[in-house]
Design a protein around this ligand. Structure first.
Ligand SMILES: N=CN[C@@H](CCC(=O)O)C(=O)O
Ligand SMILES: [Mn+2]
Ligand SMILES: [Mn+2]
Length: 321
């Protein structure tokens, strides 16, 4: 597969980790990741990291800022993890949102993701607040697979929140309503499912918005393993392609403290990990992103480690189908 560096202003970031030796017996992501500059020839399908270093959406949504440092923290947690298979990982670099220039940053990220999907890559977006989701949407909807070939696609959000706020100013609380409106303008309906919704953390108006848009959702309290896998299987059934977005606040605060809005209840990590594997193993996964990591509220890097572990699960399952 030939990967080309995106034409937007990004450059591959440093990766570090423990060194035990060279060769496959000692392999860790930091040793294997390929810097995506120019054109890179890979052995089979590659997963390509694109960061979205943005505080703008959480700031606009009156949250606790710090998510712009998320991409570097996820790389630092993923770098040391061992690699047991022939997976190929590349790093395109970070799109950086300066101050409040959110829409321009989302457009740059979308362009980068679309071109990498068109090259055949599985793209991994590292947030950033959940405003990364609208940036990801621009990439998915702009890819040839969706825009030209007309793939039936949907977005599965693992999140305690709907993020369907109706606000004049787009933020980390609005991306899925923005997507629904964009799709409507194209004469289509957004296929949107959310797993992990916390009833006390979403007001009635958000449930009404979700119902009026036909959003499928599973409450955090109803997330047994069986119910979650059935929910995801039924959503996947009607689709050719999926965009998976993981808001780390879907997990309990003890597991994911490093977010703007930690969850009192949350969906257990083992269930979120199982759903990630299920989606990646379906062969339909087009793009995934991880949102809301705020390293300044993290405890001993545990949220970053969770993000890295989930990405490791996804890449392993998606590239070995
Ligand atoms: N990205 C979305 N965040 C949540 C935050 C909720 C909260 O601060 O309690 C939302 O807007 O609903
Ligand atoms: Mn959330
Ligand atoms: Mn969210």
């Amino acid at each position: 597969m030939t990967l080309r560096a995106p034409s937007v202003d990004v450059s591959p970031q440093p990766w570090t980790g423990r060194y035990d030796g060279d060769g496959p017996a000692h392999a860790r992501h930091w040793q294997r990741v390929q810097a995506l500059t120019g054109a890179v020839e890979t052995d089979g399908r590659a997963a390509v990291v694109v960061g979205f270093a943005s505080d703008a959406g959480v700031a606009r949504n009156k949250g606790r800022v710090g998510a712009a440092a998320g991409p570097a923290a996820i790389r630092a947690a993923l770098g040391p993890l061992a690699v047991h298979d022939g997976r190929v990982l590349a790093d395109a670099g970070d799109v950086r949102v300066e101050d409040d220039a959110l829409e321009a940053g989302q457009a740059r990220f979308g362009a980068a993701v679309a071109s990498l999907i068109d090259d055949g890559a599985l793209t991994l977006g590292l947030g950033g607040g959940h405003e990364i989701a609208f940036a990801s949407y621009l990439g998915v909807a702009g890819s040839a697979r969706v825009a030209t070939e007309g793939a039936r696609w949907g977005v599965l959000n693992l999140d305690a929140h709907f993020d369907l706020r109706d606000e004049e100013n787009p933020s980390s609380g609005t991306p899925f309503l923005q997507m629904a409106r964009e799709e409507k303008a194209k004469g289509r309906e957004l296929n949107y499912a959310v797993l992990g919704i916390s009833r006390p953390n979403n007001t009635p108006v958000l449930f009404e918005e979700a119902d009026s848009l036909g959003v499928k959702y599973l409450l955090d309290e109803d997330c047994t393993r069986e119910a979650a896998e059935k929910f995801v299987a039924e959503f996947l059934d009607g689709l050719d392609a999926l965009y998976l977005t993981i808001d780390l606040d879907v997990m309990p605060a003890a597991v994911a403290p490093g977010v703007s809005a930690p969850a009192a209840y949350g969906v257990p990590l083992e269930l979120i990990n199982a759903v990630c594997r299920q989606v990646a193993a379906s062969g339909k996964l087009l793009h995934v992103d991880v949102a809301e990591l705020n390293p300044s509220f993290d405890i001993d890097g545990r949220t970053a480690k969770v993000a890295a572990r989930l990405l490791d699960t996804i890449v392993g399952a998606a590239l070995t189908v």
